[in-house]
Design a protein around this ligand. Structure first.
Ligand code: NAD
Length: 481
């Protein structure tokens, strides 16, 4: 099938309902071949200040009740659905995500906005049984959920549309105005989503999208006196650094991982191998829950590895805009070289190269790579690879597999294949992760489920029903006649 393309145009940034040029433009290069996909206007700290103050004004002016917020989000979901193919092409062009996966992300964005609309309608507080103690007799106790006012949002490159929707949708649903900084590599998807929200009727002031550097625009959002809560998705180092800079603020962190997949001999290991072929390598492994560490029971290990290596050999690597492509490029040549270096280091230290390991397609992409039994101090085992690489280790005892899975500073999601209910329960109780998925890969995510990590992987839960709780504060009120 023919490769599709996107017209390279200039994209203004958005401050309080107005599209602006700033005189500073940043080219967005295709991660695949470096051609310019478009240019985005760049903001600075002064523009963040303007956006934050306009957001606070809009919030204080009020007049955007729950039913109107829900209607805007519903309408935005409809528009995102109508514009789905353009959004998918944008994701593929600027993030280098294969078009077939980019289409899935565009469809998921519709879900995220729809679930946000549901939460805008449902969000409520609760009552406290004051008469349960003599001290409270005669009082009514009510818990309100109060928005922070202005939420500062910072998003990563790897899901440039749907993770922006996970930032903006719940924040608006909860009654906050938003100032968002998208990733430098992928500003266009975020600006197109902002246009959708404006077209859907979002009132001026409630959203600004300011592309720019993390060190200036990101830092200005984090430190601005007006942003009461920060919602950040990105790497662990940057995320925890942000939290330490503003200890008095609510800082919600969705960070990285090195997700384990445990395959027991009593489980459906064929399905596990078939899913691993896709979910260790989709978007070239640049997902926070990409399968990185496969742990397989020794009784089925040879057959599992044989099936997985054969499957991986059939993946089509190359141009993300070709609808047949399975695995595209890394986000930058620097990242491609880093991942290749980690693979080479692991092999030099004794890991077995089961497949891949080399650059292909004129050096633009790293071939999907499987490594057997890397040393425990190899980066491919203990760090987040964020590339098309997975390791495979064998185990004989299920408890040992659980310990190996927990041998990580991260803890986002873990997957376990077993037909034994007892083992599934043991995994759920023992694995130190934000999500344990039995008979599913750790890469699974539906947008309404609670999603987030423990340990260095984060401190919050997204999924609109959970994010609205994280983006509101509880205020207790007693009433007495
Ligand atoms: P990154 O940390 O490099 O950048 C994320 C965002 O932070 C970008 O917008 C960047 O410009 C901004 N930033 C950088 N320095 C900053 C600073 N000092 N102050 C404020 N903002 C700053 O991450 P990335 O490379 O874009 O994304 C990949 C990472 O994101 C991976 O670690 C991945 O696991 C993680 N991730 C996590 C989830 C999740 O939901 N848990 C989802 C997707 C990606």
């Amino acid at each position: 099938m023919a490769t599709q393309s996107l017209q390279a145009v200039d994209h203004k940034l958005l401050v309080a309902g107005k599209w602006l040029e700033t005189g500073a433009w940043e080219e967005v290069p295709s991660p695949y071949d470096g051609t310019v996909v478009g240019r985005a206007a760049q903001g600075d700290a002064d523009l963040v200040d303007r956006a934050a103050r306009a957001a606070r004004e809009a919030f204080e002016a009020g007049g955007f009740p729950q039913h109107e917020r829900a209607a805007v989000l519903d309408r935005a979901a409809e528009l995102a659905s109508e514009r789905g193919e353009d959004l998918a092409l944008t994701i593929a062009a600027e993030a280098g995500k294969p078009l077939k996966t980019a289409r899935v992300e565009a469809a998921r964005c519709v879900d995220t906005l729809t679930f946000s609309a549901v939460e805008a309608r449902k969000l409520s507080g609760g009552t406290v049984p004051m008469e349960a103690s003599p001290a409270g007799a005669g009082k009514l106790g009510v818990m309100l959920r109060v928005p922070y006012g202005v939420v500062g949002a910072i998003s990563p490159f790897n899901f440039p549309l749907n993770l922006v929707a996970h930032k903006i949708g719940p924040a608006i649903a909860a009654g906050n105005a938003v100032v968002l900084k998208p990733a430098g590599q992928t500003p266009i998807s975020a600006l197109k989503l902002a246009a959708i929200l404006l077209d859907a009727g979002l009132p001026e002031g409630w959203l600004s999208v300011v592309p720019g550097s993390g060190s200036e625009v990101g830092a200005a959002i984090v430190e601005h006196e007006v942003t009461g809560a920060i919602t950040f998705t990105g790497s662990a180092g940057v995320g925890w650094g942000i939290r330490s800079r503003v200890p008095h603020k609510k800082v919600n962190l969705e960070l990285g991982s090195n997700a384990p997949l445990i395959v027991h001999a009593d489980g459906d290991w064929e399905t596990a191998a078939d899913k691993a072929q896709i979910h260790a390598f989709s978007h070239a492994g640049q997902s926070c829950i990409s399968i990185q560490r496969v742990l397989v029971h020794q009784d089925v290990a040879d057959a599992f590895v044989e099936r997985l290596v054969a499957n991986v050999g059939s993946l089509r690597v190359g141009d993300p805009l070709d609808p047949e492509t399975d695995v595209g490029p890394l986000i930058s040549p620097g990242d491609r070289d880093r991942v290749k270096e980690w693979v080479d280091e692991a092999v030099a230290a004794g890991a077995e190269l089961l497949c891949g390991g080399e650059l292909v397609d004129q050096g633009r992409c790293l071939a999907p790579t499987l490594l057997g039994s890397p040393p425990r101090d190899a980066k491919v085992w203990c760090e987040e690879i964020f590339g098309p690489v997975a390791t495979i280790d064998r185990f004989s005892d299920f408890g040992e597999a659980l310990r190996m899975a927990n041998d990580s500073k991260f803890g986002l999601q873990a997957g376990v294949f077993t037909r034994d209910v007892g083992r599934g329960l043991e995994a759920a109780e023992t694995l130190e992760f934000g999500g344990v998925l039995v008979n599913e890969v750790p890469t699974f995510r539906a947008d309404q489920m609670p999603y987030g990590g423990v340990k260095e992987s984060g401190n919050t839960r997204e999924g609109p029903a959970f994010a609205v709780l994280e983006l509101t504060e509880e205020r207790f009120v007693t009433l007495q006649g």
